[in-house]
Design a binder for this molecule. Structure first.
Ligand SMILES: [Zn+2]
Length: 312
């Protein structure tokens, strides 16, 4: 079965630790990824707040270099994919399709020219904000008072539509979420967010947001972070299944995907300790009553459909 994960922070882990992708550390490394049967993976270049002051693009380029070095070094196992068609081609060649994302619009440093150059470097997805306010919009940490998309944020959405890039609303505050849905001509991704009705955290989506995003053909990647699964912070693989079932109930089966957040989370649910356990969701979803066609949609089919639709 084709498995596709919308968000991991492994590039940051590699840079911060100075380790190689082949060294056994963290939630995702070469051996685990190959064991995991994951067919396609978005790697996020996360712009940490410590780089916001004039170093955001600089650090993003360092993370992008890390991505391309990793692909060069393990070229027999990993290959770049920049579209739905390329994901399928890489898959047929027996390699893992690797897609490049940026988490934090700070990377653009207020210029559309940077957006266009980052596209040329392989970036196909941008998570518009992290938790704070930036030149595009406000993250959930700012609350509703942070307001929605700025004029520059709207220009970025329009340019991303033209370039055929995926717009990611995870981390955005609620006014920003609604602005993006109104401005974008393409369906939207929430790469790593859950259902707020099951776990009342601002990083999660309300029923209204789930429905609106799904109505436009968007997709939501379920996040494995225990505090986004259950407010107690004690979660198992069953909590992930609960969120999947809830998103499918509210938004329809076609909006559900996976966005583990591996290597970006300090805690993991019992039963989903590393990317090699992602496949264990299949029997868990079967037990929950999903049929194999539905499970294929959830595990990767929906996200692939969105990539094909938006990226080409
Ligand atoms: Zn994140």
């Amino acid at each position: 079965m084709f498995i596709f994960d919308a968000h991991i922070d492994t590039l940051s882990r590699l840079i911060d630790s100075g380790r190689g992708f082949n060294e056994p550390q963290g939630h995702v490394h070469l051996d685990l990824l190959l064991q995991s049967k994951i067919g396609a993976q978005f790697f996020a270049a996360f712009v940490s707040p410590k780089f916001y002051q004039g170093m955001a693009l600089h650090h993003t380029l360092e993370l992008i270099d890390q991505f391309w070095q990793m692909l060069d070094e393990y070229s027999s196992d990993l290959a770049f994919a920049g579209s739905g068609t390329e994901i399928m081609q890489v898959q047929e060649g027996g390699q893992v399709a690797c897609l490049l994302a940026i988490e934090g619009g700070e990377a653009l440093e207020g210029k559309l020219a940077n957006l266009r150059m980052l596209y040329r470097l392989g970036v196909r997805l941008i998570t518009l904000t992290w938790n704070h306010r930036n030149q595009l919009a406000s993250g959930q940490g700012e609350g509703d008072a942070g307001g929605g998309l700025s004029k520059f944020g709207k220009a970025v959405i329009e340019e991303m539509n033209t370039l055929k890039m995926l717009i990611d609303v995870s981390h955005l505050n609620d006014p920003g979420f609604w602005d993006v849905l109104q401005v974008s001509r393409s369906p939207i991704l929430a790469s790593h967010s859950n259902a707020r009705a099951l776990c009342n955290h601002p990083r999660n989506l309300t029923d209204e947001q789930i429905r609106a995003l799904a109505d436009q053909g968007g997709v939501i990647g379920v996040n494995f972070y225990p505090y986004f699964l259950d407010s107690s912070g004690a979660a198992t693989i069953e909590h992930v299944v609960e969120h999947i079932a809830y998103l499918a109930k509210v938004g329809g089966i076609e909006c559900v995907a996976l966005g583990s957040d591996f290597d970006g989370i300090s805690l993991v649910p019992v039963g989903l300790e590393t990317c090699a356990n992602t496949v264990d969701l299949i029997p868990a979803l079967e037990d929950r009553g999903f049929c194999s066609r539905e499970i294929e949609h959830i595990m990767g089919g929906n996200l692939l459909r969105l990539c094909t639709e938006v990226l080409g």
